[in-house]
Write a protein that binds this ligand. Structure first.
Ligand SMILES: *[C@@H]1O[C@H](CO)[C@@H](O)[C@H](O)[C@H]1NC(C)=O
Ligand SMILES: *[C@@H]1O[C@H](CO)[C@@H](O)[C@H](O)[C@H]1NC(C)=O
Ligand SMILES: *[C@@H]1O[C@H](CO)[C@@H](O)[C@H](O)[C@H]1NC(C)=O
Ligand SMILES: *[C@@H]1O[C@H](CO)[C@@H](O)[C@H](O)[C@H]1NC(C)=O
Length: 957
């Protein structure tokens, strides 16, 4: 059972939003002071000296301007003393200087989201006017040590945040008395231990307590006097003893009339849930008590909390029935009662929960029929009814509920009958488990429509018949379990072609014949075939008998062959086969072409191309690719210069590549895609099949030639030129726009599959056009589920150095694959190194090379040409001087950002490399990429590159 996505992040999100919005600037009136303002300046400089500042965020902290105007520093309105220090999210590294304690007038310190280390200096709590400090937030750093006692003695403190650090120690007993004004107490995700002191009941102004994910222990005190408390999160600690009185504090929260979040999960708390929960605030949205030791009946009073969004009670020992008034919880998005001792029938009222997305009722003792009324939950995406005593038949309405995309688990029940054909409605479902039931009959053909499936478990039923051809379309399957059924006949070869199976279980059936040898059948640990007595052959590791009957058949054939008559028969058959194949081939080729090009784009003849290219003379040859040669030519009738790609049809795959490209380019139109003008499909002079694609001509050739100019130009007068930083960024944007179009704007999304500089062409204006769609694939459906249509695929393509790890890991052809390629392309553009460079071998790749250099050595690996360019052009005239016309839209938006300082330029490049989401993108390494890395990830991966330079608006206009 996978419940990981209900984890920590969910708890934090509402509170974080609140913290961000509530920590607004508070005006601060400071008393006159005789102390000199030099003290504050020196303290700030000491702070600056102690930290590393890789982004130059504190560059303004110098003598040119008064310290009150330094970045992140705010002084009081009457006197030049620092009152607010706000250094949020600046990438600062290192320790905090104790001199910060000299900023005696500080009222707010915001240091969250940096990489600050060591202890929080106790001097912070020893300001000379502790009459004034009310806010300290240092969340999201790497502070260690203990919380200085001096801090927890500041009675002025209203907001205290140290969330997500590495702080140890325990909370002082008098905490509730020393901080009487506290509103926000946020210590979650540290290593704090010991009890929550009972004195916290004195915090009458408390609004938020976040103490989750620590090692706190002992009895939970009363929170009776906290009318403003709305966020109560103490989850993931070692509180409670598992006994009945563990939950005695719960009723104290009924006084908090605005309570919205209640999270006490994973705390070891035991006992029965008190009925007073019905008196909780009706504003309550989040109720988490999962993974505890609670028992007894679920109080029906919960049914009155009509604003509940999440009701997580799984993994306890609740018994009795599900209260039928849960049907009143109209706003419920998640109901998780999995893994308890609940019984009875599943109430029909649950069908009223039309907003329900996640329903977990598995691992209980429910009986009765599988509830067909759940099919009224039209938002349901995740359904788990497994491991109950449900019987009857599988309701067609429920198994065909097309909203379900993540999981349907009906395993380990007692339903009988057939698997309804409506299962084919679950086109985007990723996991279906109907194992260990009593299902009979054949597997419905429609199962082949569930092309999103990655896990299919059907073991332990009475399915009979053969493995359907329709299963062939489930090419994205990673786990296929058909074991313990009555399946017969041969194991189809297409299973060997599945790209990503990690587990194939065919054991205990009645399969017969030869075991395939390729693909997953090469892996005796991933594949299980035991208990099939009629199988033979296969790799030795499977210990199957040799296929004797086959061999004797073959021997008979030998005998036959010796007779002349038989020879004629065989030749005859062969001729018929060849004839049929040729006809098929012709039909196959003709079909897409006749439909692929519209009337405005007539077929061109072989003769016309011959003329245009001077008989395909080598003078006009401008490249030789995987599947064809590329010529430059001029169409005689209108004088247009074109590029002609002649397919090498002898090359296996060339024809498929031709079809893929025609199909992909049929309906796409975008400024940054190479336009196909026409195609030629005919017969050449030698009566051979001839196929060619004709594109518009790109004056500046392929990007490859610009990035890696040949030191000894083979083509005579070809000038050696380089691209400057801005041209490169423009190209990066052009390519991102093309990808965005292919992935998100096309009617049927297209994955390019072979993005690299040699496939990116530059026109006279240096606008980039993505070309070469010979390996492109369509994505089925336009949902977030990115499984490629394998029926139109031409096998795994890509080029060494570019092929995303997903491919080599045996995952799906997906948008993420292109995004990965895009990332490599960016690295190539800005380091000037090719991923196929000789330096990169064994474990060293361009990817790991750059990852290694982040953050400290980025400029070292940045293409020398880029930095050189800037230095050469650096002049007193300012940046305009070195930005040429062709630098495009960035001219405008960058001029304001740049000075003519070389270091500033380096900072900009640095910013681009480090913050241009490259760091995030580098996370797309094999293994870590297996989560739900969907559209959100992929679209987020090329746009920030652009946004980082603040030019988003310019771009979209
Ligand atoms: C602190 O600075 C950040 C970034 O400039 C800003 O978003 C935030 O609102 C500031 N917070 C306060 C309390 O001033
Ligand atoms: C000093 O600060 C000013 C103004 O904030 C800034 O323009 C200048 O670049 C800084 N000087 C140095 C050497 O960082
Ligand atoms: C410090 O005080 C002096 C006079 O008291 C004033 O001229 C100067 O501007 C102050 N410095 C800052 C940074 O405000
Ligand atoms: C403060 O906390 C103590 C327990 O530590 C308790 O005895 C006392 O009654 C509390 N005071 C108030 C006003 O709640």
């Amino acid at each position: 059972m996978e419940l990981g996505h209900f984890g920590f992040a969910r708890y934090l999100a509402p509170a974080c939003r609140f913290l961000l919005s509530s920590l607004a600037l508070a005006p601060c009136f400071v008393q006159a002071s005789s102390a000199t303002n030099e003290t504050d300046k020196l303290a700030l400089l000491a702070f600056k000296a102690a930290v590393k500042d890789p982004y130059g965020a504190l560059a303004s902290w110098n003598d040119t301007i008064g310290f009150c105007h330094w970045h992140g520093v705010t002084c009081g309105p009457r006197h030049p003393r620092v009152t607010i220090l706000n250094l949020t999210s600046l990438g600062l590294l290192g320790p905090i200087s104790p001199h910060i304690g000299n900023l005696s007038f500080l009222s707010e310190i915001h240091l969250q989201n940096n990489r600050l280390v060591r202890e929080i200096p106790p001097q912070v709590g020893r300001l000379r006017r502790p009459t004034s400090l009310h806010t300290i937030t240092v969340s999201g750093n790497r502070f260690s040590g203990t919380i200085p006692p001096s801090l927890l003695n500041l009675s002025s403190l209203t907001r205290f945040g140290v969330l997500d650090n590495r702080i140890q120690g325990s909370l002082p007993a008098g905490l509730g008395l020393t901080l009487p004004n506290l509103q926000i107490f946020s210590i979650a995700k540290n290593q704090l231990e010991g009890p929550i002191p009972p004195s916290v009941s004195n915090w009458t102004k408390l609004e938020v307590i976040q103490s989750g994910a620590n090692k706190l222990s002992g009895k939970v005190p009363s929170f009776k006097n906290m009318p403003w408390l709305w966020y109560f999160a103490i989850f993931d600690n070692q509180l409670g003893s598992g006994n009945a009185e563990d939950l005695s504090f719960v009723c104290s929260l009924t006084n908090s009339t605005g309570l919205r979040f209640f999270g006490i999960d994973r705390t070891g708390l035991g006992g029965a849930l008190p009925k007073c929960i019905g008196n909780f605030s009706h504003a309550l949205k989040w109720f988490y008590v999962n993974e505890n030791l609670m028992f007894g009946e679920i109080p029906g009073e919960i049914g009155s909390l009509v604003n509940l969004d999440h009701l997580n009670m799984y993994a306890n020992k609740f018994s009795g029935e599900v209260p039928s008034n849960f049907g009143n919880l109209q706003n419920l998005g998640a109901l998780l009662l999995t893994d308890n001792n609940l019984g009875g029938t599943i109430p029909t009222s649950l069908g009223n929960l039309t907003k329900l997305i996640t329903l977990g009722l598995g691992w209980n003792n429910f009986h009765g029929e599988i509830p067909s009324h759940l099919s009224k939950c039209q938002s349901l995406q995740w359904l788990d009814l497994s491991n109950n005593n449900l019987s009857g038949t599988i309701p067609p309405q429920l198994i065909g509920l097309s909203s379900i995309t993540i999981v349907t688990d009906l395993s380990w029940n007692h339903p009988s009958g057939v698997l309804p054909m409506e299962v084919g409605n679950l086109k985007t479902l990723t996991e279906l488990d109907i194992s260990d039931n009593m299902l009979v009959g054949e597997i419905p053909n429609s199962l082949g429509d569930c092309t999103g499936l990655t896990t299919l478990r059907m073991g332990g039923n009475f399915f009979r018949g053969s493995i359907l051809q329709s299963i062939k379309s489930l090419g994205g399957i990673e786990e296929l379990d058909l074991s313990r059924n009555n399946l017969t006949s041969r194991i189809p070869e297409f299973l060997a072609l599945f790209r990503s199976p990690k587990l194939l279980n065919l054991s205990y059936n009645s399969f017969e014949g030869m075991l395939p040898l390729e693909g997953v059948f090469k892996n005796a640990t991933a594949t299980s075939i035991i208990g099939n007595d009629e199988l033979c052959g296969g790799l030795p590791a499977f210990h199957l008998p040799k296929c004797i009957s086959k061999r004797s058949k073959r021997r008979k054939i030998h005998v036959l062959v010796s007779s002349a008559c038989a020879t004629f028969v065989i030749i005859g058959i062969a001729l018929v086969v060849v004839f049929l194949y040729l006809r098929w081939l012709k039909k196959k080729v003709k079909e897409p072409i006749s439909t692929s090009m519209d009337d405005s784009c007539p077929n061109i003849s072989y003769r016309a191309l011959l003329k245009a290219t001077d008989d395909f003379s080598s003078m006009n040859l401008i490249g030789v690719g995987n599947f064809g040669s590329v010529y430059k030519g001029m169409l005689k009738e209108n004088g247009t210069t074109v590029v002609v790609k002649v397919l090498h049809l002898v090359h296996r795959g060339a024809l498929k590549s031709f079809l893929a490209e025609c199909e992909a380019l049929r309906n796409v139109r975008h400024r940054n895609l190479l336009k196909i003008l026409t195609v030629c499909s005919g017969i050449d002079h030698q009566q051979n099949d001839f196929k060619a694609l004709v594109y518009e001509y790109m004056e500046n050739g392929s990007l490859e030639r610009w990035l890696h100019p040949n030191p000894t130009p083979s083509h005579g007068n070809e000038p050696t030129r380089t691209l400057n930083f801005f041209q490169r960024i423009n190209i990066a944007i052009d390519v991102a726009s093309a990808l965005d179009y292919l992935h998100h704007q096309c009617h049927i999304p297209i994955v390019h599959c072979d993005l690299k500089p040699s496939n990116i062409l530059l026109d006279a204006e240096m606008v980039a056009h993505v070309g070469d769609f010979g390996l492109a694939k369509f994505l089925l459906g336009s949902s977030s589920n990115t499984v490629a249509n394998r029926t139109s695929s031409v096998g795994i393509g890509g080029t060494i150095g570019f092929a995303p790890p997903e491919y080599t890991m045996g995952c799906k052809v997906s948008r993420e694959g292109d995004v990965y390629d895009y990332g490599i392309f960016l690295l190539e553009m800005f380091t000037g190194l090719s991923p196929t460079d000789d330096t990169f071998k064994d474990n060293l790749t361009l990817h790991s090379f750059v990852a290694e250099a982040l953050l400290e050595r980025v400029l070292e690996i940045t293409n020398r040409i880029l930095l050189q360019e800037r230095e050469n052009h650096s002049s007193p005239n300012g940046p305009q001087h070195w930005l040429s016309e062709s630098d495009g839209i960035f001219q405008e938006c960058l001029v304001t950002e740049l000075t003519n300082d070389v270091d500033d330029f380096k900072a900009l490049v640095y910013e681009f490399m480090v913050n241009g989401n490259l760091e995030d993108w580098l996370q797309l390494t094999p293994g870590e990429n297996e989560g739900p890395s969907n559209e959100a990830v992929s679209s987020a991966s090329y746009w920030p590159v652009i946004e980082i330079l603040g030019c988003e608006v310019a771009l979209h206009n």
